[in-house]
Design a binder for this molecule. Sequence first.
Ligand code: C2E
Ligand code: CA
Ligand code: CA
Ligand code: CA
Length: 274
Amino acid sequence: AKASGRNALRFFDPEMQAVVVDRARMEGDLRQALHNEELRLYYQSQVNADGCIIGVEALVRWEHPARGMVSPAEFIPLAEENNLIGPIGTWVLETACRQLARWAQSSTTEALDIAVNVSPNQFRQVGFVEEVQQILERTGADPRRLKLEVTETLLMEEVEDVRSRMETLRCMGIRFSLDDFGTGYSSLAYLKRLPLDQLKIDQSFVRDVLEDPADAAIVRTVISLAHSLELDVIAEGVETEAHRQWLFHHGCVAYQGYLFSRPCPVAELALDAH
Ligand code: C2E
Ligand code: CA
Ligand code: CA
Ligand code: CA
């Protein structure tokens, strides 16, 4: 009885309670984050075989007044659960599009493409297509410079609706990349039915590609699948020159990762290498 009493007590472990309270506080803070202008959009370069920047991926951060920079891996799932992904996603898209317009107007910087992550729940929201259209009009961004990164989760339900939304956006000039490819459960049949432009090889496969024959086989397969379907392919999580060379030798000629740059504020992007 004593032991079970102790176990029961563990349920109200002050440490555990602290976690719950902390989470609740984070949720409240996240609601305020947009209003308080605490979100930052970082950019990570994407490079070709010559090491030239061909585009950037926009990655959101939350500059919390007390916690410092909070990772999206922490607050995006929270936002998904609390209906905050809509407004946050809107802010990200609008900020990225304003950056595209700024680059287009600049005489010193050559225009780059921006890839923006779109959560499944954000993509499925009523009026998403119209919103993208409005943001493009409002900012004057060229839709041909905008790429949306979607995940396989999006393809699991209502594929027909998803497909038609993608078609509409694609007619406007927007391109689509399938992010984290291979980590989800999407059927390969979707690949030929959806208006995709690019497959993005997930970093979990890239990481051990030099040592793990299974990962190497997966990466080789994704590259050849992309080629057969006439899709672009880009590898993320490229951290070393050995990784880059392996990918190059296996036909992947677009890379993103710490080898080239960490995500950073726009002012710190090394655009001179362009
Ligand atoms: P993701 O879309 O797969 O983005 C790639 C993640 O890998 C980023 O983490 C990036 O900083 C990190 N990364 C880049 N290069 C390397 C590398 O060489 N090695 C390693 N180990 N990691 C690398 P980050 O910025 O923390 O973002 C985490 C995830 O949060 C993203 O994964 C994406 O799913 C989500 N996310 C980020 N920004 C947004 C956004 O604006 N909207 C939505 N819906 N999700 C976002
Ligand atoms: Ca991404
Ligand atoms: Ca990934
Ligand atoms: Ca992801």
